[in-house]
Design a protein around this ligand. Structure first.
Ligand code: NDP
Length: 256
């Protein structure tokens, strides 16, 4: 029931594009407040504007406060200074969506640049962990909250050419599972969303800007959309308080 999201404050990382952007708009429609984080300030502002319009058009009275904050989740110092940048009326976050993540390259193990290995782990794993630590401290103090992490099919099944990305997403799955179990019998919920192929900028980043290689990934199947995943995230967040959707594994019908 979307009314459970009225007036909630949702922090979304990687909100400037793809799944994060679609999720921001859906939460805004449902009457939530938003803290949107990403590195690209212009793209983030465009999403904030779209979310504000969606909120207005929905006619919902609650929510609609939106803060966009330029932040690199792989930078520990920026995460530590986050609260300085969040307006006072948005500091009680109810839902954290750890969505920022990427894969760069499809090289075999011996050929991967160490810089790519480090930035993938710093973003997909360490950034997610740092933000979770920051927010869970708060959730525990208020005895409420929901952590929603973006894992992947790559966190369930490793594949050649994806060793580092798969390792980061396996780490997300392990971390999410352990956190869920640590928080048993508290009102704090933990959900891991594990999508298969979703058509976003993700594939373009993966193939280092080569759009035709990026598009080939979707040959012969209809990929998921960012909207499909956003709907799962909002669904998980809007379940009754006693329901914890621990894992959501979602694939296009033609992905084995
Ligand atoms: P996009 O490339 O469309 O969006 C990724 C977002 O993450 C962007 O908003 C980007 O913003 C942000 N981001 C990347 N690095 C950082 C950083 N260091 N700090 C802050 N923000 C960052 O990808 P998707 O929307 O498809 O991906 C979202 C999540 O879903 C990722 O975790 C991905 O691994 C996961 N996923 C995606 C799948 C797919 O097929 N698309 C499949 C399974 C999982 P900016 O550049 O402005 O910082």
């Amino acid at each position: 029931n979307a009314s459970r999201l009225l007036g909630k404050t949702v922090l979304i990382t990687g909100a400037s594009a793809g799944i994060g952007a679609a999720t921001a708009v859906l939460f805004a429609k449902a009457g939530s407040n938003l803290i949107l984080l990403a590195r690209r300030a212009d793209a983030l502002q465009a999403v904030a504007n779209a979310a504000a319009i969606a909120h207005k058009e929905s006619g919902v009275q609650s929510g609609g406060k939106i803060a966009s904050i330029q932040l690199d989740v792989s930078d520990k110092a920026q995460i530590a200074a986050l609260w300085d940048k969040v307006p006072a009326d948005l500091r009680n976050v109810d839902i954290l969506v750890n969505n920022a993540g990427f894969v760069k390259g499809v090289e075999r193990v011996g050929d991967i640049a160490s810089e790519d290995i480090e930035t993938m782990f710093a973003t997909n794993v360490l950034g997610l962990i740092s933000l979770t630590q920051l927010l869970v401290k708060d959730f525990k103090a208020r005895n409420a909250g929901h952590v929603i992490n973006l894992g992947s099919v790559a966190g369930r099944e490793p594949y050649p050419g994806g060793s580092i990305y798969c390792a980061t997403k396996h780490a997300v799955r392990a971390f999410s599972g352990a956190l869920l179990r640590e928080l048993y019998n508290t009102p704090i919920r933990v959900t891991e969303i594990q999508p298969g192929l979703v058509e976003t900028e993700f594939s373009i980043v993966r193939f280092r800007g080569d759009k035709s290689a990026a598009d080939k990934v979707y040959d012969g199947l209809v990929p998921l959309t960012a909207q499909d995943i956003a709907e799962e995230i909002v669904w998980a967040a809007s379940r009754p308080p006693h329901v914890n959707l621990a894992e959501v594994f979602i694939l296009p019908v033609a992905q084995a």
